[in-house]
Write a protein that binds this ligand. Structure first.
Ligand SMILES: [Zn+2]
Length: 334
């Protein structure tokens, strides 16, 4: 594996059997030899949290007809060659589809496991840590991350991160963040913060296609008790360093709308203090990021409302340890 081989956005050409859908689906990915996925020709789908939408499943040879068949896991509509109209599946078709889907899911699981093992063997994060230079150290310092913590978290620098948007291949230097599991200290991915990003893509994951995992500031201890949940790995670091409290762990989500499965590692945490950027208090495209999280944690969480982004407040507007402790203490349960 080359260091720069994987990328956030990897698209596969649309299989010829689905040529009629050209221009109607995007973000095509190959799942297995006979199965592809993409956005839905009916209800769409956009990448989020560094993962492509895989709601529309395309079978090259469906078990029911032996012919190409597409099915959307979100809106339930299906497509086959020559179908003009949208038809719902019968119960029998759906059961058969589910059976094959579960089999494919298992195959995908083992592919993911193999990918993760390959990544772990590469120890690519060690190379990035060796690349650290004065410029990178200064960029970390600007985020309030001291040299001690740069080494502590194994942060690094990548000279020329390859990433892809659609069919366009781009390069940017990046700051690198190993994602490390608590206790076992397994490194499960490296997140790249692109320094010259082609917006809105500021981040790229070393290994795409793996389950999203959260950045945990203190990986020496089990994730139990009080935890502060913030939006972004760097914000988690800056906040953890400022808070300087061994009794409160800080965890960074990749965005304000993380994959809810990734929050399972917080199952034994209470209270979960949630600090989001102010824009996450409002709905976007029908989703209210704050409500989504408070619904997930139910009575276990408290919302810390700040007038700006927590790292900006710390770095530029004098949010000190004491003030941060005070706002956390005054956080309301929801
Ligand atoms: Zn759909």
């Amino acid at each position: 594996m080359t260091l720069l081989a994987s990328s956030l956005i990897m698209e596969t050409p649309l299989p010829i059997e689905f040529a009629e859908l050209a221009g109607k689906v995007s973000y095509v990915q190959r799942k297995t030899a006979g199965e592809y996925s993409s956005s839905c020709p009916f209800c769409g789908g956009q990448p989020h949290d560094g993962e492509l939408p895989d709601r529309f499943i395309m079978w090259i040879s469906s078990n029911a007809t032996g012919k190409p068949l597409g099915y959307c896991r979100k809106c339930g509509r299906k497509w086959w060659s020559g179908s003009n109209d949208v038809k719902k599946m019968t119960d029998a078709e759906r059961a058969e589809f589910e059976r094959i889907r579960v089999m494919a899911e298992r195959e995908r699981e083992s592919e993911k496991q193999a990918k993760l093992e390959q990544f772990k063997k590469s120890r690519v994060w060690e190379q990035y840590a060796k690349n650290l230079n004065e410029m990178a150290m200064n960029l970390y310092a600007q985020r309030g991350i001291t040299e001690y913590f740069v080494y502590h978290w194994g942060l690094g620098f990548c000279y020329n991160r390859k990433y892809q948007i659609g069919s366009e291949i781009l390069y940017s230097p990046s700051l690198t963040i190993p994602i490390i599991r608590p206790i076992t200290k397994e490194v499960v991915n490296v997140k790249h913060r692109l320094l010259n990003p082609n917006m809105p893509y500021k981040y790229s994951l070393e290994m795409s296609g793996l389950p999203v995992e959260l950045f945990v500031a203190d990986t020496d201890k089990e994730l139990v008790g009080s935890v502060l949940l913030v939006e972004g790995e760097f914000k988690a670091m800056t906040t953890y360093i400022t808070l300087d409290n061994p009794n409160i762990n800080v965890v960074g989500m990749p965005s304000s709308t993380p994959d809810l499965d990734s929050l399972a590692i917080l199952a034994n945490c209470e209270p979960v203090y949630i600090i989001l950027d102010p824009d996450a208090f409002f709905s976007r495209n029908g989703t209210n990021p704050l409500k989504r999280l408070t619904d997930y944690f139910k009575g276990r969480c408290r919302v810390v409302r700040l007038p700006g982004k927590v790292d900006d407040l710390i770095m530029k507007h004098g949010l000190t340890k004491d003030k941060l402790v005070n706002v956390i203490k005054s956080a309301k349960s929801t």
